[in-house]
Design a protein around this ligand. Sequence first.
Ligand code: NAD
Length: 358
Amino acid sequence: MSSSTHSVVIVGYGGMGSYHAKLILDNTRLKVTGTFDVLASRREASQNDGYPAYESYEAVLGDPAVDVILIATPNDVHKELVISALKHGKHVICEKPVTMYVKDFEEMMAVAEETGRVLMVHQNRRWDEDFRIIKEMYDKKTIGDLFQIESRVHGANGIPGDWRHLEAYGGGMLLDWGVHLLDQFVFMIDSKITSVTSRLSFILGDEVDDGFDAVLEFENGVTAIVEVGTTNFITLPRWYVKGTEGTAVIEDWSLTGRSVVQNHEVGKIEPKPIKAGVGLTKTMAPPSEEATLTEALPKAFEHESSFYDNFAAVVEGTAEPIVKNSEVLRVLNLIENVFKSARTREVIKDFDTYEPKK
Ligand code: NAD
């Protein structure tokens, strides 16, 4: 392989492993040269898709032509697979959650450090356009300072698949969608988390959570409300955000949305009372049209490169990782405390040791 094309073997050729293979087809710096899966049926699927399947993980580790191992197995085996890959001199991309516990990720990071290999976690939803629009609004203050950011994903299909229902495999929605939504906040908000309160839901009767909600308070005054649900036949908006100058909403993945801001040229207009239910209210009357401006959402900020290009550049020593292991560690610590708050029904404080950069 030339220095700018890295040979990748995907370990775990299931839903996400095969999706990586499709995505990497469009990438010029990474090339999928093979796969390994414990299931013969998935090895056969890989061969049919044109990717040779190794017969064992040891065979992948022992192949000097392999530069990068991409781990896309269920969560419980990430740690052992990542550590042995690093010890065999391979660079590693690992699916999220990289593991379930802070102490396990600390061990993995130590091995990456000792071996001098790159370990990067696939927190791909930092590239989602809906998130990048909200980050743009946060950074550029397009509706003033955002002080409440509500991030929700709602489905009505329950927990998918098999292993996601089981605790031993790292199942449950906090360790699935929760990881993405919490990672987006840690990436966006450069401030220490001062407290977390949360509840898990077990509507479907599984041993793992089928959803959760969490409230995070940041030292800079921002409150984040995060919710994942799998029994929501009517969905709430993907994002609802309040700023000191207005409110914005992004309804869904198609990015339907708007901001409504104060029209300072008009000044304050006294609202007219409206009939609400059987009563009368001025407080809850909608703002008059002249007093507000409805605007399109801003254009999303752009990362300097795609996840895969950034990974290749980090391997080549020409870029810093966009997904930093220190951030991944912080999210795992947050998740441990979301579980703790749900278990103890307490507000958990003083767990985040982060110091803002700015
Ligand atoms: P899946 O069940 O569809 O696929 C997992 C595959 O791994 C299966 O084919 C299974 O046979 C194989 N496997 C299990 N143990 C193995 C081992 N020890 N060695 C080799 N292969 C093994 O699961 P999935 O939905 O593809 O999820 C896989 C990982 O990807 C999980 O960590 C999940 O959280 C993550 N994921 C990430 C995203 C994302 O957008 N970043 C989306 C979906 C899944």
